[in-house]
Design a binder for this molecule. Sequence first.
Ligand code: 13P
Length: 254
Amino acid sequence: MRKKIVAGNWKMNLDYNEGLSVFSEVINMINDEATGTQEVVVCSPFIHIHSLVQLAKGQNRISLGAQNAHQAESGAYTGEISAKMIKSVGAQYVILGHSERRQYFGETNELLAKKTDTVLADDLKPIFCIGETLQEREANTHFDVIKSQLVEGIFHLDAEHFSKLVIAYEPVWAIGTGVTATADQAQEIHAFIRKEIAAKYSQQVADATTILYGGSCNPKNAAELFAQADIDGGLIGGASLKSRDFTDIVKAFN
Ligand code: 13P
């Protein structure tokens, strides 16, 4: 059985103290209310991670992640953070290829393939994001776009490394817009992704891969999305900044 995961992506929100208090509330609410076996991952800004890991000690369902990592192991890259540093403070996941990184920081599939290698070499699990823009969907090229993101970004991995990945399908037109993909639209793409993984690796690898949906996921729509056969959880932006909303999304799996 593949893992069910609800991950929060705080993006560049919540200062240090705000982050600590939201995370403490999330831990308490999850412990009190979430009865399922779903895993919870919070991907905070880098500077919060060390303290959040301390707060999460002993919480076997809750872990931390970063939102980016540099492709090099170390070196003269002023202002950058390496996967090794992220690992050293106790995080377990790194979001890679978020559409905001692709759009505002020029991250290409080729660069993301390198980042994926580095993150895996440091024994962290990438949450690898893919998804089409509105123009691409309207031009009916969304399947091609997603396939090339898979092929160029992560299909160079061998099956053993691939099995450590989590994939997040985040249609760009649904991110931060309040427009959610319908459950049918999301399921269609998730099934396509799983089919491509089966064709490249094996049905067994495909069946074991966790594929998250992201894009205006909220407490009202989460249960319907998560009930789809190929949707194994969510990558939550805005709603992960509020402990009540985030916990309610986690509880969509109860
Ligand atoms: P929203 O949930 O705010 O639409 O953001 C989704 C996202 O980008 C998560 O990575």
